[in-house]
Write a protein that binds this ligand. Structure first.
Ligand code: PNS
Length: 165
């Protein structure tokens, strides 16, 4: 049984992430989406909210499960007996960071390899940070996040704005 991990912050998950999830799930027997619970990053959505949002859009993909992790990715991979990590590459600007991450992870745990999937061209400009920026100004995010999540993201930013008042 080949187990893969697709790790990330997913704050929030985008349709670009969903594309990578669907394609990665075809390459392994089981795909675990690892949602990073990192207090240093102060995400907009809690780890459980991010997990729930992803679960709601992957529920029809039978070999995918979503879990929250903290600490090192290699430790999570060991725990889950995963042998491959998937990451999407959107542009050359992603490459330096991703290469370093893959090499660091492999130096810490040589059994773990990273597989890069080229982002689909139509999603290559998408990022969670762009979604957050646009949503914070009540812009249109309907082409950026899965349709089930558009109002969830909008409501979150509306409530954050109310809290600031
Ligand atoms: O979606 P992101 O924020 O680009 O994902 C980054 C992620 C979660 C893959 C990376 O930050 C990570 O693996 N963090 C866990 C800590 C770790 O193992 N760091 C790598 C060694 S320094």
């Amino acid at each position: 049984m080949r187990i893969g991990i697709y790790p990330g912050s997913f704050d929030p998950v985008t349709i670009g992430h969903l594309d990578i999830i669907k394609r990665s799930a075809l390459l392994v027997d089981r795909l675990i989406i690892g949602v990073l619970n990192n207090s240093k990053k102060s995400p907009v959505f809690t780890a459980e909210e991010r997990k729930g949002m992803i679960e709601s859009v992957v529920k029809n993909i039978p070999n995918v499960q979503v879990e929250v992790f903290d600490g090192l990715l290699v430790d999570f991979a060991k725990l889950k007996q995963a042998e491959v990590v998937f990451r999407g590459l959107r542009a050359v600007t992603d490459f330096e960071y991703e290469l370093q991450l893959a090499q660091l992870n492999r130096s810490l745990y040589p059994k773990l390899d990273t597989m890069f999937l080229a982002a689909s061209v139509e999603y290559s400009y998408l990022s969670s940070s762009a979604v957050r920026e646009i949503a914070s100004y009540q812009g249109d995010i309907s082409m950026m996040v899965p349709k089930e999540l558009v109002s969830v993201v909008e409501d979150k930013f509306r409530s954050l704005k109310m809290d600031k008042k």
